[in-house]
Design a protein around this ligand. Structure first.
Ligand SMILES: Nc1ncnc2c1ncn2[C@@H]1O[C@H](COP(=O)(O)OP(=O)(O)O)[C@@H](O)[C@H]1O
Ligand SMILES: [Mg+2]
Length: 318
Protein backbone atom coordinates (compact mmCIF):
# COMPACT_ATOMS: atom_id res chain seq x y z
CA UNK A 1 0.00 0.00 0.00
CA UNK A 2 1.31 3.41 -0.80
CA UNK A 3 1.85 5.91 1.98
CA UNK A 4 -0.35 8.63 0.54
CA UNK A 5 -3.85 8.50 -0.89
CA UNK A 6 -3.94 8.99 -4.69
CA UNK A 7 -3.37 12.62 -5.77
CA UNK A 8 -6.55 14.69 -5.79
CA UNK A 9 -5.79 16.17 -9.19
CA UNK A 10 -4.00 15.23 -12.38
CA UNK A 11 -4.49 18.43 -14.37
CA UNK A 12 -1.74 20.99 -13.65
CA UNK A 13 -4.14 23.78 -14.66
CA UNK A 14 -5.94 23.46 -11.28
CA UNK A 15 -2.98 25.18 -9.62
CA UNK A 16 -3.16 28.27 -11.83
CA UNK A 17 -0.08 30.50 -11.84
CA UNK A 18 2.32 29.35 -9.14
CA UNK A 19 5.13 31.40 -7.57
CA UNK A 20 8.02 29.33 -6.26
CA UNK A 21 9.24 31.63 -3.50
CA UNK A 22 12.95 31.13 -2.86
CA UNK A 23 16.19 32.92 -2.04
CA UNK A 24 15.45 35.86 0.20
CA UNK A 25 17.86 37.57 2.54
CA UNK A 26 18.39 35.05 5.36
CA UNK A 27 21.69 33.27 6.00
CA UNK A 28 20.15 30.25 4.26
CA UNK A 29 19.67 32.10 0.94
CA UNK A 30 21.95 29.84 -1.10
CA UNK A 31 20.36 26.61 0.14
CA UNK A 32 16.92 28.08 -0.56
CA UNK A 33 17.88 28.97 -4.14
CA UNK A 34 19.08 25.42 -4.60
CA UNK A 35 15.85 24.00 -3.11
CA UNK A 36 13.79 26.38 -5.24
CA UNK A 37 15.51 25.37 -8.46
CA UNK A 38 14.68 21.72 -7.71
CA UNK A 39 11.05 22.50 -6.90
CA UNK A 40 10.63 24.71 -9.96
CA UNK A 41 12.04 22.06 -12.30
CA UNK A 42 9.86 19.35 -10.75
CA UNK A 43 6.65 21.38 -11.05
CA UNK A 44 7.40 22.45 -14.62
CA UNK A 45 8.14 18.86 -15.58
CA UNK A 46 4.57 18.10 -14.49
CA UNK A 47 3.21 20.95 -16.59
CA UNK A 48 2.59 23.41 -13.75
CA UNK A 49 2.75 27.09 -14.72
CA UNK A 50 5.45 27.93 -12.16
CA UNK A 51 7.78 30.95 -11.92
CA UNK A 52 10.65 31.71 -9.56
CA UNK A 53 10.24 34.66 -7.20
CA UNK A 54 13.29 35.77 -5.21
CA UNK A 55 12.49 37.09 -1.75
CA UNK A 56 9.60 38.70 0.07
CA UNK A 57 9.68 42.24 -1.46
CA UNK A 58 9.47 40.74 -4.98
CA UNK A 59 6.59 38.52 -3.87
CA UNK A 60 4.75 41.48 -2.32
CA UNK A 61 4.96 43.32 -5.63
CA UNK A 62 3.79 40.31 -7.61
CA UNK A 63 0.88 39.68 -5.25
CA UNK A 64 -0.16 43.34 -5.44
CA UNK A 65 -0.12 42.98 -9.23
CA UNK A 66 -2.29 39.85 -9.04
CA UNK A 67 0.38 37.84 -10.83
CA UNK A 68 -0.05 34.56 -8.95
CA UNK A 69 -2.82 32.24 -7.75
CA UNK A 70 -0.69 30.21 -5.33
CA UNK A 71 2.72 30.15 -3.70
CA UNK A 72 5.09 27.25 -3.16
CA UNK A 73 7.16 28.64 -0.29
CA UNK A 74 10.68 27.28 -0.13
CA UNK A 75 12.34 30.17 1.69
CA UNK A 76 14.46 28.89 4.57
CA UNK A 77 15.19 30.63 7.85
CA UNK A 78 13.91 33.74 9.55
CA UNK A 79 14.40 37.52 9.42
CA UNK A 80 13.43 37.95 5.81
CA UNK A 81 13.86 34.25 5.37
CA UNK A 82 10.20 33.41 5.21
CA UNK A 83 10.02 30.45 7.57
CA UNK A 84 8.92 32.46 10.60
CA UNK A 85 5.34 33.54 9.92
CA UNK A 86 6.05 36.97 8.43
CA UNK A 87 5.58 36.12 4.76
CA UNK A 88 2.71 33.79 5.71
CA UNK A 89 0.90 36.84 7.13
CA UNK A 90 1.52 38.73 3.91
CA UNK A 91 0.11 35.91 1.78
CA UNK A 92 -2.90 35.63 4.11
CA UNK A 93 -3.48 39.36 3.73
CA UNK A 94 -3.60 38.94 -0.05
CA UNK A 95 -5.77 35.83 0.28
CA UNK A 96 -3.29 33.80 -1.75
CA UNK A 97 -2.92 30.18 -0.64
CA UNK A 98 0.54 28.75 -0.02
CA UNK A 99 2.30 25.54 0.88
CA UNK A 100 3.37 24.73 4.41
CA UNK A 101 2.50 26.10 7.80
CA UNK A 102 0.53 29.28 8.42
CA UNK A 103 1.45 32.21 10.64
CA UNK A 104 1.05 30.37 13.94
CA UNK A 105 2.85 27.13 13.09
CA UNK A 106 5.68 28.95 11.32
CA UNK A 107 6.26 31.41 14.15
CA UNK A 108 5.97 28.80 16.88
CA UNK A 109 8.27 26.28 15.20
CA UNK A 110 10.89 29.02 14.69
CA UNK A 111 11.08 29.40 18.49
CA UNK A 112 12.58 26.25 20.01
CA UNK A 113 11.80 27.23 23.62
CA UNK A 114 8.11 27.85 23.02
CA UNK A 115 7.77 24.76 20.85
CA UNK A 116 9.16 22.71 23.74
CA UNK A 117 6.74 24.37 26.16
CA UNK A 118 3.83 23.26 23.98
CA UNK A 119 5.17 19.71 23.62
CA UNK A 120 5.79 19.41 27.36
CA UNK A 121 2.30 20.70 28.14
CA UNK A 122 0.93 17.89 25.96
CA UNK A 123 3.19 15.26 27.49
CA UNK A 124 5.34 14.83 24.37
CA UNK A 125 8.99 13.91 25.06
CA UNK A 126 11.65 16.59 24.54
CA UNK A 127 14.96 16.93 26.39
CA UNK A 128 14.84 18.74 29.75
CA UNK A 129 15.96 22.34 29.34
CA UNK A 130 16.58 25.67 30.99
CA UNK A 131 15.75 28.97 29.31
CA UNK A 132 18.74 31.27 29.74
CA UNK A 133 18.31 34.97 30.30
CA UNK A 134 21.07 37.57 30.55
CA UNK A 135 22.75 37.38 33.93
CA UNK A 136 21.46 33.88 34.73
CA UNK A 137 23.83 31.53 36.52
CA UNK A 138 24.63 29.18 33.65
CA UNK A 139 26.72 26.93 35.87
CA UNK A 140 23.80 26.37 38.22
CA UNK A 141 21.63 25.62 35.18
CA UNK A 142 24.12 23.04 33.90
CA UNK A 143 24.30 21.38 37.32
CA UNK A 144 20.51 21.27 37.44
CA UNK A 145 20.30 19.48 34.07
CA UNK A 146 23.47 17.46 34.60
CA UNK A 147 26.36 17.50 32.14
CA UNK A 148 26.69 16.95 29.23
CA UNK A 149 24.41 19.68 27.91
CA UNK A 150 23.69 21.43 24.63
CA UNK A 151 23.66 25.22 24.49
CA UNK A 152 21.86 26.77 21.52
CA UNK A 153 20.09 29.89 20.31
CA UNK A 154 16.32 29.46 20.39
CA UNK A 155 15.78 30.79 16.88
CA UNK A 156 18.63 29.74 14.59
CA UNK A 157 18.95 26.80 12.19
CA UNK A 158 21.60 24.66 10.50
CA UNK A 159 23.25 23.91 13.88
CA UNK A 160 24.56 27.49 13.90
CA UNK A 161 25.55 28.64 17.40
CA UNK A 162 25.01 25.16 18.88
CA UNK A 163 27.64 23.74 21.29
CA UNK A 164 28.01 20.42 23.03
CA UNK A 165 29.35 20.91 26.54
CA UNK A 166 30.88 18.00 28.44
CA UNK A 167 33.01 20.00 30.84
CA UNK A 168 31.83 22.90 33.01
CA UNK A 169 34.99 24.79 32.01
CA UNK A 170 33.63 25.07 28.43
CA UNK A 171 30.25 26.42 29.46
CA UNK A 172 30.95 30.15 29.31
CA UNK A 173 32.37 29.94 25.78
CA UNK A 174 29.30 27.99 24.64
CA UNK A 175 26.94 30.59 26.08
CA UNK A 176 28.97 33.39 24.54
CA UNK A 177 28.78 31.76 21.11
CA UNK A 178 25.01 31.17 21.27
CA UNK A 179 24.46 34.73 22.54
CA UNK A 180 25.87 36.16 19.31
CA UNK A 181 22.60 35.25 17.62
CA UNK A 182 19.32 37.10 18.04
CA UNK A 183 16.65 35.80 20.39
CA UNK A 184 16.82 33.81 23.60
CA UNK A 185 19.15 30.93 24.51
CA UNK A 186 18.42 27.52 25.84
CA UNK A 187 20.42 24.84 27.55
CA UNK A 188 19.24 21.30 26.94
CA UNK A 189 20.15 17.95 28.40
CA UNK A 190 22.32 16.23 25.79
CA UNK A 191 20.82 13.05 24.39
CA UNK A 192 23.64 10.70 23.51
CA UNK A 193 22.65 8.33 20.76
CA UNK A 194 21.17 8.43 17.29
CA UNK A 195 20.14 11.48 15.34
CA UNK A 196 16.85 10.98 13.45
CA UNK A 197 14.61 13.10 11.30
CA UNK A 198 11.09 12.46 10.02
CA UNK A 199 9.38 14.20 7.11
CA UNK A 200 5.66 14.83 7.46
CA UNK A 201 3.27 15.40 4.57
CA UNK A 202 -0.44 16.07 4.71
CA UNK A 203 -2.95 14.60 2.25
CA UNK A 204 -6.75 14.44 2.22
CA UNK A 205 -6.64 11.83 5.02
CA UNK A 206 -4.41 13.95 7.29
CA UNK A 207 -0.71 14.06 8.15
CA UNK A 208 1.57 11.10 7.32
CA UNK A 209 5.12 10.39 8.43
CA UNK A 210 7.64 9.56 5.72
CA UNK A 211 10.18 6.85 6.60
CA UNK A 212 12.61 8.12 9.24
CA UNK A 213 16.22 8.89 8.36
CA UNK A 214 19.02 8.04 10.77
CA UNK A 215 21.90 10.42 10.28
CA UNK A 216 25.38 9.12 10.96
CA UNK A 217 27.91 11.96 10.73
CA UNK A 218 31.55 11.04 10.30
CA UNK A 219 32.57 13.47 13.05
CA UNK A 220 31.22 13.68 16.60
CA UNK A 221 27.85 15.23 15.75
CA UNK A 222 25.59 16.72 13.05
CA UNK A 223 27.10 20.21 12.98
CA UNK A 224 27.03 22.75 10.14
CA UNK A 225 29.95 21.02 8.42
CA UNK A 226 28.25 17.61 8.47
CA UNK A 227 25.03 19.18 7.16
CA UNK A 228 26.38 21.15 4.23
CA UNK A 229 30.05 20.45 3.56
CA UNK A 230 31.03 16.87 4.40
CA UNK A 231 30.43 14.27 1.74
CA UNK A 232 30.78 11.39 4.18
CA UNK A 233 27.70 11.88 6.36
CA UNK A 234 25.65 8.68 6.14
CA UNK A 235 21.86 8.69 5.80
CA UNK A 236 20.08 5.45 6.64
CA UNK A 237 16.45 5.19 5.60
CA UNK A 238 14.33 3.89 7.19
CA UNK A 239 16.28 4.80 10.30
CA UNK A 240 14.54 2.32 12.59
CA UNK A 241 12.70 -0.96 12.18
CA UNK A 242 9.30 -2.43 13.05
CA UNK A 243 7.44 -0.97 16.00
CA UNK A 244 10.24 1.56 16.74
CA UNK A 245 9.85 2.99 13.24
CA UNK A 246 6.06 3.12 13.54
CA UNK A 247 6.35 4.81 16.95
CA UNK A 248 8.74 7.55 15.79
CA UNK A 249 6.42 8.26 12.85
CA UNK A 250 3.41 8.64 15.15
CA UNK A 251 5.36 10.83 17.57
CA UNK A 252 6.56 13.08 14.75
CA UNK A 253 3.05 13.53 13.41
CA UNK A 254 1.80 14.37 16.92
CA UNK A 255 4.63 16.86 17.41
CA UNK A 256 3.90 18.47 14.02
CA UNK A 257 0.21 18.83 14.80
CA UNK A 258 0.90 20.08 18.35
CA UNK A 259 3.10 22.86 16.97
CA UNK A 260 0.23 24.03 14.77
CA UNK A 261 2.05 23.03 11.60
CA UNK A 262 0.34 22.34 8.28
CA UNK A 263 1.07 21.07 4.77
CA UNK A 264 4.46 19.54 5.21
CA UNK A 265 7.56 19.76 7.36
CA UNK A 266 10.32 17.81 9.05
CA UNK A 267 10.75 16.87 12.69
CA UNK A 268 14.25 16.44 14.20
CA UNK A 269 14.74 13.96 17.04
CA UNK A 270 17.38 12.16 19.10
CA UNK A 271 17.20 8.59 20.35
CA UNK A 272 18.95 7.73 23.62
CA UNK A 273 21.47 4.97 22.98
CA UNK A 274 20.87 3.19 26.30
CA UNK A 275 17.13 3.46 26.87
CA UNK A 276 15.98 3.66 23.23
CA UNK A 277 13.74 6.58 24.26
CA UNK A 278 13.13 9.18 21.55
CA UNK A 279 13.14 12.95 22.21
CA UNK A 280 11.86 15.78 20.02
CA UNK A 281 14.29 18.59 19.17
CA UNK A 282 12.46 20.85 16.71
CA UNK A 283 10.18 21.14 13.67
CA UNK A 284 11.36 22.65 10.38
CA UNK A 285 8.44 24.16 8.48
CA UNK A 286 10.20 24.72 5.13
CA UNK A 287 12.92 22.06 5.10
CA UNK A 288 15.50 21.70 2.35
CA UNK A 289 14.43 20.35 -1.05
CA UNK A 290 17.82 20.11 -2.76
CA UNK A 291 19.03 16.84 -4.28
CA UNK A 292 20.98 16.30 -1.01
CA UNK A 293 18.06 17.13 1.28
CA UNK A 294 16.38 14.81 3.74
CA UNK A 295 12.68 15.06 2.83
CA UNK A 296 13.28 14.11 -0.84
CA UNK A 297 15.44 11.18 0.36
CA UNK A 298 12.74 9.91 2.70
CA UNK A 299 10.04 10.38 0.06
CA UNK A 300 12.11 8.41 -2.46
CA UNK A 301 12.33 5.56 0.04
CA UNK A 302 8.52 5.59 0.15
CA UNK A 303 8.38 5.45 -3.66
CA UNK A 304 7.60 9.15 -4.05
CA UNK A 305 9.93 10.84 -6.54
CA UNK A 306 10.79 14.55 -6.54
CA UNK A 307 8.11 15.50 -9.11
CA UNK A 308 5.43 13.62 -7.23
CA UNK A 309 6.59 15.06 -3.91
CA UNK A 310 6.43 18.65 -5.17
CA UNK A 311 3.01 18.02 -6.71
CA UNK A 312 1.74 16.59 -3.40
CA UNK A 313 3.08 19.54 -1.44
CA UNK A 314 1.50 21.94 -3.94
CA UNK A 315 -1.83 20.12 -3.53
CA UNK A 316 -1.76 21.13 0.14
CA UNK A 317 -2.11 24.73 -1.09
CA UNK A 318 -5.36 24.13 -3.00
N1 LIG B 1 19.42 17.93 23.28
C1 LIG B 1 20.27 17.53 22.34
N2 LIG B 1 20.98 16.38 22.51
C2 LIG B 1 21.88 15.96 21.58
N3 LIG B 1 22.15 16.62 20.45
C3 LIG B 1 21.49 17.79 20.21
C4 LIG B 1 20.53 18.29 21.14
N4 LIG B 1 20.06 19.46 20.64
C5 LIG B 1 20.69 19.67 19.47
N5 LIG B 1 21.56 18.68 19.21
C6 LIG B 1 22.44 18.57 18.03
O1 LIG B 1 22.48 19.82 17.38
C7 LIG B 1 21.88 19.75 16.08
C8 LIG B 1 21.08 21.01 15.80
O2 LIG B 1 20.07 21.14 16.77
P1 LIG B 1 18.55 21.44 16.41
O3 LIG B 1 17.82 21.61 17.70
O4 LIG B 1 18.01 20.46 15.44
O5 LIG B 1 18.65 22.91 15.76
P2 LIG B 1 18.91 23.43 14.26
O6 LIG B 1 18.91 22.24 13.34
O7 LIG B 1 17.76 24.34 14.03
O8 LIG B 1 20.21 24.15 14.32
C9 LIG B 1 21.03 18.50 16.12
O9 LIG B 1 20.84 18.00 14.82
C10 LIG B 1 21.87 17.59 17.01
O10 LIG B 1 22.96 17.04 16.31
MG1 LIG C 1 17.62 20.63 13.33
Amino acid sequence: MSLLAPPRHTDPAVFGRVAVLMGGSSSEREVSLDSGAGVLAALRARGVDAQAVDGIPALAKALAGGDFDRVFNILHGQHGGGEDGVVQGLMDAFGVPYTGSGVLGSALAMDKIRTKQVWLALGLPTPGYVRLRKGDDVHAAARKLGLPVIVKPSQEGSSVGVSRVFDEADLDAAVELAARYPGELLMERMIEGDELTVGVIVDAAGPHALPSIRIVPKGAWYDYHAKYVAEDTQYLCPGLQGEDEARIGRLSVEAFVAAGCAGWGRVDLMRDRDSGDVFLLEVNTAPGMTTHSLVPKAAAQAGIGMEELCWRILETAL
